[in-house]
Design a protein around this ligand. Structure first.
Ligand code: GLN
Length: 261
């Protein structure tokens, strides 16, 4: 009887330890441990990420590849809604989020950001004959503004007029930046607030649009990572520093955004 009891206790102990181990390992179930770096992006944001055939290319894709190479990891890029990247990084579905993502205080509550690797500017796109000439005329008139859902353009524009926005009622949200631009071209919205580099490609691809000279806000782009994954954050930051110092990152940016002259 005593023997049986001992056996039951022993089995119980093994089960408990097994469970504890399983829960611990599922928490730490990061793909980097299997030699992979999974990056979440939204691949409709040229020149940072976009499709060339069925391949995702662009500044972010190339920088992530260079970082993964340095860390001895295989890069896998997953194309998801911009709005779902942070939640996916928080749940360890993705190791990094990299999508021309602006560092903001609010996002910092949810994820860690790497060092910044690029600067972005929020620009205003209007039709060539628009009465909107600058941010003030956009804010004052009763205009509808198209934005990409969950982006800083959306956050700024949705805020109240006192905070420099036009307010929720005047904002029209789209899943992709280009859909907002198409709505502008067809007269469904009066302006689009979006990052300047994609703005340039969208304006080039659609006749009758222009970017206002007065930029709305200057921002820093960085990768986001799970708050618990500080080891990967350190490795990524070291890699970014080395790749900046040896000229790799400046060359990638110059390739996609050639400096004038
Ligand atoms: N920089 C903007 C942001 O972080 C837009 C990014 C994007 O649309 N990919 O909100």
């Amino acid at each position: 009887m005593k023997n049986l009891l001992n056996k039951i206790i022993a089995v119980g102990l093994i089960l408990t330890m097994g469970l504890a181990f399983a829960s611990c390992s599922s928490k730490k179930d990061l793909t980097v441990q299997k030699g992979k770096l999974i990056m979440a992006t939204n691949a409709y944001f040229p020149p940072y990420e976009y499709y060339e055939g069925d391949k995702i290319v662009g500044i972010d894709a190339e920088i992530a590849k260079a970082v993964a190479d340095k860390l001895g990891l295989e890069l896998e890029i997953q194309d998801v809604e911009f709005d779902s990247i942070i939640a996916g990084v928080q749940s360890n579905k993705y190791d990094i989020g990299m999508a021309g993502m602006t560092v903001t205080d609010e996002r910092k509550q949810a994820v860690n950001f790497s060092s910044t690797y690029a600067t972005g500017i929020q620009s205003i796109i209007v039709t060539e004959d628009s009465a909107i000439t600058d941010i003030d005329s956009l804010l004052e008139g009763d205009y509808k503004v198209g934005v990409q859902q969950g982006t800083t353009g959306d956050i700024y524009m949705s805020s109240s007029t006192e905070d420099g926005g036009v307010g929720e009622e005047r904002v029209v949200r789209f899943n992709k930046g280009n859909d907002a631009v198409l709505a502008l071209a067809s007269g469904k919205v009066d302006a689009v607030v979006i990052d300047n580099e994609p703005a340039k490609s969208f304006v080039e691809a659609n006749e009758g649009l222009k970017i206002l000279e007065t930029p709305y806000a200057v921002e820093d782009y960085a990768m986001c990572l799970n708050k618990d994954n500080t080891e990967l954050l350190d490795q990524v930051n070291t890699a970014l520093k080395e790749l900046t110092e040896d000229g790799t990152i400046p060359a990638i940016i110059e390739k996609y955004i050639p400096s004038e002259g």
